[in-house]
Ligand binder design. Structure first.
Ligand SMILES: [Fe+2]
Ligand SMILES: [Fe+2]
Length: 289
C-alpha cells in the first residue's frame, strides 16, 4: 500500500525524519572521566548517600528502558493490523531502535562504570515502579497483542498509548531525565551519564509527541475513549508519585518538589490532548529542554 500525501505531510512523518537526523550511538559516549569520579562519589559522601541515590535512579532507568524496549512491538503490530497509518508505523520503527539504544546505554554504564551486573537493578524495583514501569505496561501491551476484534483493538491501542507514552514516558521518563541531568550538571558529576541523559531525553520528547498526537486523534474520532484515558492516568498517578518519593532522602540528590511539579505538568499536557484538546506544537514538544 503506497504512502498517502496526507501521511507524508503528517506530524508522525515529521517525527520520523527528525529521528533519522538526530541518531546517536551509545557506544560513542566517553565514560573514562565517569569511572574515576564514581570511585570518589562512593567514598566521599557516606552521610549524604549520593552513590546510593545515583545507583537507584540509574537502576530505574535501566529497568524502564528494558521494559519499554520489550513492550513496544505490540503497538507497532496494532497499527499494522488496524490500518492506522504507515506514517505511524514508520515512526515506531525509529522508536523501537531508540529504546533499544537507551537500554544499551545503561547496560554499558553498569558494566563499565558501576562495575556491577545489571541484575542488581532489580533490588530497587519496589512495588510502585515495578507496577507502573513493568507489570501494568506488560499487561496492557500483552492484551493489545491478543486483541483481534477491530473495535476492541482501537480502544486497547488508545489505552496502551496512554500508559506507554503518557504515563511511563511523559510523566516518569522525561521527568526523571530532567531531574537526574540537573542534579549531576549542577555538581559537575559524571559527564558521560549526563550526556546519555541529555540524548535520551531528546529522543523521549519525540516519543511523547507521537503519543500526544495519537491520543488527540483517537479521542477526536472516539470521544468515548476520554474516560479511559482519564482512568489510566488516575490508576497510575499514585504509582508515579510514589516512585518520585523513592528519592526523598535526608540529603536528596534531586529536587523533589521540582520533579513532582514537572511530572504533574507533563500529565496535564498529555491528558489535555486526550481529553478533547489539541496536541501541542511539534517543535515545542521536541525542543531539547
Ligand atoms: Fe527510552
Ligand atoms: Fe521512549
Amino acid at each position: 500500500m503506497p504512502m498517502t500525501a496526507r501521511e507524508l505531510d503528517s506530524a508522525y512523518y515529521a517525527l520520523w525524519r527528525k529521528a533519522k537526523q538526530l541518531a546517536w550511538d551509545p557506544a560513542d559516549i566517553d565514560l573514562s572521566a565517569d569511572r574515576a569520579q564514581w570511585a570518589r562519589i562512593k567514598t566521599d559522601y557516606p552521610e549524604e548517600r549520593y552513590a546510593e541515590q545515583i545507583l537507584k535512579l540509574t537502576s530505574l532507568f535501566y529497568q524502564g528502558e528494558e521494559s519499554v524496549t520489550k513492550t513496544l512491538a505490540p503497538l507497532c503490530s496494532a497499527i499494522a493490523r488496524g490500518g492506522y497509518g504507515l506514517d505511524k508505523e514508520l515512526f515506531l520503527t525509529s522508536q523501537l531502535y531508540e529504546e533499544a539504544k537507551h537500554f544499551e546505554f545503561f547496560v554499558r554504564y553498569f558494566a563499565e562504570v558501576f562495575e556491577v551486573d545489571g541484575s542488581e537493578t532489580q533490588a530497587y524495583m519496589t512495588p510502585a515502579p515495578q507496577a507502573v514501569l513493568v507489570a501494568d505496561l506488560e499487561e496492557v501491551t500483552d492484551r493489545l497483542r491478543r486483541t483481534e476484534d477491530p473495535i476492541a483493538l482501537k480502544a486497547t491501542f488508545a489505552e496502551a498509548v496512554t500508559h506507554y507514552m503518557g504515563v511511563v514516558e511523559a510523566m516518569l521518563a522525561r521527568t526523571g531525565y530532567v531531574g537526574a541531568h540537573d542534579a549531576l550538571a549542577t555538581r559537575g558529576w559524571l559527564p558521560g551519564l549526563q550526556e546519555g541523559y541529555r540524548l535520551i531525553r531528546r529522543d523521549e520528547g519525540r516519543h511523547v509527541a507521537f503519543g500526544m498526537h495519537c491520543i488527540a486523534e483517537l479521542t477526536a474520532e472516539h470521544p468515548e475513549y476520554r474516560s479511559q484515558v482519564q482512568a489510566t492516568f488516575e490508576k497510575q498517578l499514585p504509582n508515579v508519585l510514589a516512585t518520585v518519593q523513592e528519592f526523598d532522602y535526608p540529603h536528596p540528590l534531586v529536587d523533589l518538589d521540582k520533579l513532582t511539579a514537572y511530572a504533574l505538568a507533563q500529565y496535564e499536557r498529555f491528558a489535555a490532548a486526550g481529553l478533547g484538546g489539541d496536541a501541542p506544537d511539534l517543535d515545542a514538544l521536541t525542543a531539547d529542554d
